[in-house]
Ligand binder design. Structure first.
Ligand code: 2IO
Length: 413
């Protein structure tokens, strides 16, 4: 484990947009929380909050901090308003529709789809004795599962991945060149053209897929329009794909870095949820959550002005020693993790956000990663990093391993 060395104390030139930060953000979290908890980045005119208390406040004070940032950050590529932008009774009703689509009976059915896809993808990789868990498995797996759930053709995973990468890049960019912007918008347009005919067809002739469920569902007399369903389907695709391969890669990296905990999880798969929760706490795949300050807000003497964009630094908040003891350590047994509530609104870590807009897919995400990780652990023995493989993470907004090349001994039967 690399020691977490803090950068020099007074560092006026420190920037979240620097290569130094990008290489290892976690090395700067302590310094930020302590010396620059309300950090302004002039190049993008945005404020970055790193303390758990402050991040929690921003995500739960819905009057002072809104999701209006999504109008420019998301709507152009979502092709319509997403759930997270809505408020009041409309939000409550539509959120219930989506929650229902991802919990209870629906979720149990979805777990079968997860398992079937994992088995199918793993088959040909097993015999090799080596695979890149992120690129050979995680990425196609996440896209194919989500296409299946939506009732789309999983054969289309390649073009869909290409379009989604553009949508994801647009949403998560901290400053985008005009050229990249245009390319992202074009890909979003192609994805929309692919989806709209299907959505219209499911409206007329519903099946037992997620798109049909969303088309026909009503709550308190409120239903969703085709434009909203398009936005929601794009949102589900991005949200179920972007963080999934990253979480899987990060989980295995943590386990490989901590062989004794890896051995415990192998012996007792009931520890898997704790290992996943601790991975999400220590290395959340979504590192930033944006909000718009509706009025001047003071944090420890620093005033964030009305109209400012505020980024909640989830990775930094999740390692705040005010909330988690020895916060940089990976410890699936930590008493302050609260595994049972770690995927719910009562979670201490903020990997799924918190407040009214907390991730609606958290229960699905948990079931998905648990299912696939259990299957991988059962089928891969003697898992180790492939000799010569150099581990590297990338991304400021969403962050995860570029690749994770593993050698293993396949377990058959
Ligand atoms: C557009 C960053 C991929 C979400 C937003 C409403 C997306 C929303 C998130 C995550 C992950 C994405 N925000 N999931 O942070 O649905």
């Amino acid at each position: 484990m690399t020691p977490l060395t803090a950068p020099p104390r007074a560092n006026p030139r420190f920037s979240i947009l620097s290569e130094e930060f990008a290489a290892a953000p976690e090395r700067h979290f302590g310094w930020l929380r302590e010396h620059a908890p309300v950090h302004h980045e002039p190049a993008v005119d945005a404020w970055f909050l790193s303390r758990h208390r402050d991040v929690h406040r921003v995500l739960t004070d819905h009057e002072a901090f809104t999701t209006a940032t999504l109008q420019v950050r998301a709507e152009p590529v979502m092709r319509g308003p997403v759930l997270a932008q809505m408020t009041g009774a409309e939000h409550t009703a539509k959120r219930k529709i989506v929650v229902r689509a991802f919990t209870g009976t629906a979720l149990r059915e979805q777990v079968r789809t997860v398992r079937a896809n994992a088995v199918e993808l793993l088959g040909p990789l097993l015999a090799e004795g080596r695979m890149d868990l992120v690129n050979d498995f995680g990425k196609p797996f996440a896209v194919r599962v989500t296409l299946d759930l939506l009732g789309l053709d999983r054969q289309d995973w390649r073009p869909v991945s290409h379009w989604l990468a553009g949508v994801g890049e647009f949403i998560t960019a901290i400053g985008l060149s005009e050229e990249r912007r245009q390319d992202c918008l074009a890909r979003a347009g192609e994805l929309e053209s692919y989806l709209v005919p299907v959505i219209e067809q499911r409206r007329r002739r519903p099946g037992d897929d997620l798109i049909s469920a969303l088309c026909t569902a009503e709550f308190d007399g409120i239903a969703m329009s085709t434009r909203e369903i398009t936005a929601l389907v794009v949102n589900i695709l991005v949200a179920a794909v972007e963080p999934a391969d990253k979480t899987l890669g990060l989980l295995f990296k943590q386990l490989l870095d901590h062989p004794e905990q890896f051995a415990q999880v192998r012996r007792d798969p009931a520890l898997l949820p704790a290992a996943i929760a601790e991975t999400l706490r220590r290395t959340p795949p979504v590192q930033l959550i944006p909000r718009l300050a509706e009025r001047d807000a003071e944090f420890d003497g620093t005033v964030v002005p009305a109209g400012a964009t505020v980024f909640c630094m989830i990775g930094a908040a999740n390692r705040d020693p005010a909330v988690f003891a020895d916060p940089d350590a990976f410890d699936l047994h930590r008493a302050d993790l609260g595994t049972a509530r770690s995927f719910t609104a009562a979670a201490q870590h903020l990997a799924f956000g918190t407040g009214l807009h907390q991730c609606v897919g958290a229960a699905f995400a948990r079931a998905e990663i648990e299912t696939v990780a259990a299957l991988l652990l059962a089928q891969l023995d003697q898992v180790r990093l492939s000799p010569g493989f150099e581990y590297r993470e990338t991304g400021l907004y969403t962050r995860g391993p570029v690749a994770l090349v593993l050698d293993f001994t396949p377990v058959h039967g």
